[in-house]
Design a protein around this ligand. Structure first.
Ligand code: PLP
Length: 400
């Protein structure tokens, strides 16, 4: 189909919940994607931090093909080998001792909320309140949305779930004020992503860990976007020297296929018994095989160290751009290959101009450019991306 017809059919038949660029992506390889007009884009967005190793990473592609030939979908009323292997692997590379698999970040957050509540109910304790944070984002399902600290995602959708209270990110006193004898858990993004790429302060996260231990409540980290090596550690919490009781993962977890997971300690795991929670597709053998292939490649090929190193290089380049354009940019934030460049105006126009130059990036909280290139990104890719960004900025400045 010709490009304009695909776009027209898309607008005719897809529910209009996205502001899409007028681009039809057809093919991808590594950190390049190509559209229906054969334009080559350097991908510094990775499908919103999903394609950790870029497009069509050979080990992941092979794992998917081989597993598809062997076993397709099976229900969770049976064991499947790739899924058990993946659960073990995730526990080996994290604080966790048990894993629940689902299909998305929001579902992982749902599972965490349910598990926290169920744990206390099992002990006969009426603790159900969850404290989360202003500016946070935890997903679009009702539980995750109720935990999200941004009104714009909730408008017109009420009533939301009761039992959620919002503290101020990086402010421990605001958290203490919200703790009651009904509090079950504190849910926090290690780095607030959709809210504009705001890392937690190390002192604040340590205080949260102490507070949750002292009160006997759960610390749930939402690492849906920050996990799988993106920040220069396998999990962002490793930068902070603390460990949570529960952690959500998704996005890059499935090697490009849809997968979410809730990782928990043995103690937290006691809340769920057979029948308490479930997912038809969660832990599907094909997605599990893709995930294992990706995690093994990340470890074997030192992509985490690469993300840390290249992330520093990209950060320096973005800081140079900020310094050169003080009227347009105010701050660079983030860790590893999860970086935000805050603007003095809305980011949408510059994101589009970057796409026109052949650079895919995203935005966060409307006024922040978001850079989430795959972990395979090199110095040369970053030099190219910065060159394209500079060209886009020159165009943006013409619109002042
Ligand atoms: C921190 C965080 N949690 C949860 C979600 C929801 O994930 P999903 O879109 O896979 O449901 C997102 C998505 O952006 C996220 O960034």
């Amino acid at each position: 189909m010709e490009t304009f017809r695909i776009i027209q059919n898309g607008d005719d038949y897809l529910l209009p919940v996205y502001n899409r660029q007028k681009v039809v992506l057809m093919r991808g390889e590594g950190n390049h994607v190509y559209d229906s007009e054969r334009m080559d884009y350097l991908d510094f967005f990775s499908g919103i931090a999903v394609n950790g190793l870029g497009q069509a990473y050979p080990d992941v592609v092979n794992a998917i093909i081989e597993e598809t030939k062997k076993l397709g979908h099976v229900s969770n009323y049976y064991y499947n080998e790739p899924n058990v292997k993946l659960a073990k692997l995730l526990c080996e590379i994290s604080f966790a001792q048990k894993v629940f698999f689902c299909n998305s970040g929001a579902e992982a957050v749902e599972a965490a909320i349910k598990l926290a509540r169920k744990c206390f109910r099992r002990q006969g304790q009426e603790k159900f309140e969850i404290i989360s944070f202003h500016r946070s984002f935890h997903g679009r399902t009702y539980g995750a949305l109720s935990a999200t600290g941004q009104v714009k995602y909730q408008e017109g959708l009420g009533p939301l779930l009761p039992g959620f209270n919002f503290a101020t990110f990086n402010n421990i006193e605001s958290v203490k004020k919200l703790i009651t004898d009904k509090t079950a858990a504190i849910l926090i993004e290690t780095i607030q992503c959709e809210g504009g790429i705001h890392p937690a302060d190390p002192k604040f996260l340590a205080e949260l860990r102490d507070l949750t231990k002292e009160k006997g409540i759960f610390l749930i980290l939402d690492e849906v976007q920050t996990g799988m090596g993106r920040t220069g550690k396998m999990w962002a919490y490793e930068h902070y020297g603390i460990e949570p009781d529960m952690m959500t993962s998704a996005k890059a977890l499935g090697g490009g296929l849809p997968m979410g997971a809730l990782l928990v300690t043995n103690q937290a795991a006691q809340g769920f018994k057979p029948g308490d929670h479930a997912s038809t597709f969660g832990g599907n053998p094909i997605v599990s095989a893709a995930s294992i292939a990706m995690i093994e490649a990340i470890i074997m090929k030192n992509f985490i160290a690469q993300a840390a190193k290249e992330g520093e290089y990209l950060k320096m380049g973005l800081m140079d751009i900020q310094t050169a354009n003080p009227k347009l940019f105010t701050e660079v934030r983030g860790k590893g290959l999860l970086l935000g460049l805050e603007m003095t105006r809305k980011a949408a126009s510059l994101v589009s101009l970057c796409a026109k130059q052949g650079l895919l990036i995203g935005s966060a909280n409307e006024n922040v450019l978001r850079f989430t290139p795959p972990l395979i990104t090199t110095h040369a890719d970053i030099d190219k991306a910065l060159e394209l960004l500079r060209k886009a900025i020159a165009e943006e400045l013409k619109t002042v």
